[in-house]
Design a protein around this ligand. Sequence first.
Ligand code: V47
Length: 388
Amino acid sequence: MLSILANRALERDGLGPIRDKVLAGERLTDADGLRLFEAADLPALGALANHVREARHGALAFYNRNVHLNPTNVCVASCKFCSFARKDDQRASDGYTMSIDEAVGKVLSRKPLGVTEVHIVSGLHPDLPFEYYTELLSRIRAGWPEVAIKAFTAIEIHFFAEKFGMSYEQVLRRLMDAGLQTMPGGGAEIFAPRVRRKICDDKATADQWIEIHRTAHRLGVKTNSTMLYGHIERLDERVDHMRRLRELQDETHGFQVFIPLAFHPEHNMIGKAFPKPTGYDALRTLAVARLYLDNFDHVKAYWVSLGERLAQTALSFGVDDLDGTVLEERIYHMAGSTVPQALSERTLHQLIRAAGRVPAERDSLYRVLKVHDAPLPEEPPARLQVTA
Ligand code: V47
C-alpha cells in the first residue's frame, strides 16, 4: 500500500491517473514515462516504484559473486564518452592486450573466491583473430566448468560479424560452442539516432544492437540491457530507449534485467560539458524504469556506476539487484570512479540489510542460490603480522 503522504504528493503532481494504472497493472504510455521523469516529487515516485518492486520480489535484494575480465582496451571505435579505450597497445598510450594465457590465468586464479560468473568485455581490437575469443572462452570453460560465462556486448558481436564475415547467428553459435552462456547489456548507450550520431557514430547502430539481442534470445541466450544516461540525451530519448527494449522484451522475453548506467565524466571527450548525473536523477531514472518496463523482472543499480550508498538507497526506489562482488573493474575507474575495485559478499550483505532488505545470492540466470536470512558467520580474526 502507498502511504497517505505519497498518495497526496502524487495527486498534487497530477500523477493520480498514472498511479491508478500502475496499481491496476496497466501498461504506461511513453507520455506517462515522460511525465514521471518530469515529476517533482521523487519520494512519491520512489514509493510507487517500490510498491511494484515489493510486489515482484518482496524483501529480497539480489547480488552475485562475479569477476570482470577486460582482455584488451585497444579499440577502433571512437565513443566520445569512453575513457577506457585506446587506439593501440603501445606503451605510451597505456593500451594493453592480454595474451590468452594471461587472461585465462587471471580468471582461473579467482577460483578460490567462490565466484559463480565471469563477465568479459573487450575493446574492438583491429588485429586479434576470432580464435583469440573462442580459445579464451573454451580454456576458461575447460579450466573451470562450473563458472558461468557472460561475455561480449552486442557491439563486439557486430564487430566480429563484420570483421570475420559471419552472420550474427554464426558468431553467436561459435561463441556458444566455446562456452558463452549469457551476454552483458553494454553498448546500448541511447538508441536515438540524434544521440548516437554525436557520441558513438562508428559502431553498431541501435537497430543492430536490437537485432543481435533478438538473435541471442532466439538461440536461447539470455541477455542484459543498459542505458547510458546523463550526457546529451533528452528525457524523451530515455523513454524512447526504454520503449525499444520493452518492445523486444514483449517479442522474446530474453532480457533478464535493465541497468541504467550513470555517465562518468573524467578522461573522456565530452566529460567537461556534462557533470556526473545527480543522485536525484539516478534514483528517478531507476524508479521510472521500474514503472515503465513492466515486462522486465529485474532493475539493477550497478554499484560501481552509482557508488555503494546510492545503489543501496536505490533498493527503496524500484531496484532489486546490486550486481556483484565485481573483482577488478576498469571501465568506470578509468572514467573517474572512486568506488572500491570490488566489494566483499559481507559488505554487500551489510548494505542490503541496512536498507531493510534480505540478501539473496543469485546465479547468472537469476536463480536464487541462497537467501541469507541470517548474517554470515564471523570470520576468524586476522592473525597479527609481527615484524621484527
Ligand atoms: O557499454 C563506458 C558504459 C558500458 C562510460 O550486463 C560508461 O550485467 C558511464 O555494460 N561513464 C560497459 N558509463 C559496462 C556494462 C555493464 C556493466 C555492469 C554490468 C553489466 C551487465 C553491463 O559502460 C558501456 C557504456 O555504456 N560506459 N564509458 C562512462 N564514461
